[in-house]
Design a protein around this ligand. Sequence first.
Ligand SMILES: Cc1cc2nc3c(=O)[nH]c(=O)nc-3n(C[C@H](O)[C@H](O)[C@H](O)COP(=O)(O)OP(=O)(O)OC[C@H]3O[C@@H](n4cnc5c(N)ncnc54)[C@H](O)[C@@H]3O)c2cc1C
Length: 439
Amino acid sequence: MDRPDIVILGAGPAGTVAAMLAAAQGMDVLIIDSGHPPAARIESLPPMGRALAYDLGLQPALDAAFLGRVASIDLHRPASSETRRSAPADAPDLLDRATLHAALHTLARRSGAKLATGRGWIGSSPTPTVALGDRRFFPRVIIDARGRAALPRAIRNAVAALPFRTVSPAPPPAPRMEVTALAIGWSWIATLPSGRCEGALFTDPRNLAGLTATRRRAMLLSHLALAEDLHVGRPCPAALHAAPFATATGPILRIGDAALARDPVAAHGLVHAFRSATHAVAAAATILGQGDASAALAFLEQRHAKACRQAAEGTALALAGLRGESAHPAEPARAAVPPLNRPLRLSRALHEAPVLANGRIVWAKAIHLPASGEDATTFGPSDAATIAHLLDPPAPVATLARRLDAVLPATLGHAILKRLIDEGALVPSDQTGSRATMA
Ligand SMILES: Cc1cc2nc3c(=O)[nH]c(=O)nc-3n(C[C@H](O)[C@H](O)[C@H](O)COP(=O)(O)OP(=O)(O)OC[C@H]3O[C@@H](n4cnc5c(N)ncnc54)[C@H](O)[C@@H]3O)c2cc1C
């Protein structure tokens, strides 16, 4: 029986990074990919994605695919245009997607992951299986990294991307990105000093239905000021879609676009691919290492819910910005300040939450933060249980501050109390609702 520790279906950014990280930890990893050539396009990676990728050891792949750092972003809205310039440290990188793909494959192979080519599928009867032709694998963990191919067709097709490339007759001195609101959607274009110019039109697929390649090209030229020497690719799905769950019995762990396919208007697909791969590998390490599988799966679901919320907000914000309605994120939610001279208690009892620690997922005591919906297990050097203990019994905020100051480094107690108050985690002790008790 072929029983590797992990089989990963799909070797895009999410699958290859998961394979690399898992193999580097000594897990026996097989990654199966259909072998279709990756999309030939430029993609952008924001600074926080760059930092995450470096932390994960992906710098060689990023370096190989690096085309330049964006020096300016032109935003063309219906009623106004603006050019944004940022310091290099705050600017996104432009990456050659095909080179990134090849470089990530190299890293995965070097880490010891085995790669098989072919169209695989996941079966669940009688036990979770991955099939490739007439071969059957019975891994202990399955990672579904098939990208948008894993999504239901109807949803996949709600927004279409029409990719194109050309040579700019007037290349900028430094890499430039342009985002343009159009009557039929919006466009994203990256232009390099070499003249290489690539982008995509994002539109309702009905606008492209039945169009020949020639008419798709004419459509692009009618909406965008592009050079006549224009090569138009095939439309591909680009709608925001979140799978209802990031895990399924098996266990099957969904990562990258297979779990959450972001609308490219918010352009964090690569970041999500890398991050979700990291989380899935921590979950797999927990499960394979006889850790608490329930913590691992709960952690993935919590992270998935958070990523879905952020993606929906990011897309709404980016589209509103394009329409010129608002380009600023909403203020973080903040609770009403409780009367500070009355005894305050935690709004909810200390409870168990899944937390990632040293590459494994465990249950840990947490304080619920109502405004952000987060569960905090640590506060600086202190854990949630210590803080909850110091806050009990209920007392006015000055007394709580004295208790925290007695055991915590200077100013930390004040910062913790402020965070708890801003989050609505401290309420008057006589307020009705779930009573906080020490766990
Ligand atoms: C036009 C466009 C522009 C974009 N621009 C950006 C950008 O600028 N920045 C950014 O961060 N993101 C961007 N994205 C999103 C980004 O490309 C994706 O989020 C990212 O590729 C997701 O990686 P993944 O590994 O989850 O999936 P994919 O990259 O789709 O990889 C999935 C892999 O699985 C394989 N596969 C599928 N089915 C099977 C099967 N049955 N058996 C075996 N293998 C299979 C496929 O061949 C593929 O190799 C863009 C997306 C689009 C459509």
